[in-house]
Ligand binder design. Sequence first.
Ligand code: FES
Length: 154
Amino acid sequence: MSHTTSVTPSPSAPASPLVTRRNFIQIALAALGASWLGLLVQSWLFPSQTATQAAKPVEIALSELPIGGVKTITYGGSPVIVLRTTESIRAFSMICTHLGCLVQWQEGQKEFYCPCHDGRFDQFGEVIAGPPPVPLEQIAVSVQGERVTIGEVI
Ligand code: FES
């Protein structure tokens, strides 16, 4: 015949590290859920202009983009970086595909760097290191004479 006993911690006993960790995780998850719900409600109540704003092409002069240089613009309400190399002109969203921090162009390394979690993308926007799951979003670019158009031309 088996004999089982139940041990109930006294209310004045200090919490074990396991219980403390569990409580912390529960509180953190509850806070995360509440934050997410708050953002969801806010987006329903106050839809941002960015979300509804159609992305209109942005024109810049070719002279504003020296070879090897970059220029940041706003396209569709989001920051975009335009990069000119000896071969081409490309534009990428500056929003990291991991958790949304802003990437920076590092001329010396010829790569985009996300300081939040050391994400790195090559000059074509492809992930080369860190946690980003997919490449940077690339924006269409067309060049006509001295005009560089970023975004779809309507
Ligand atoms: Fe860019 Fe995490 S947000 S690497």
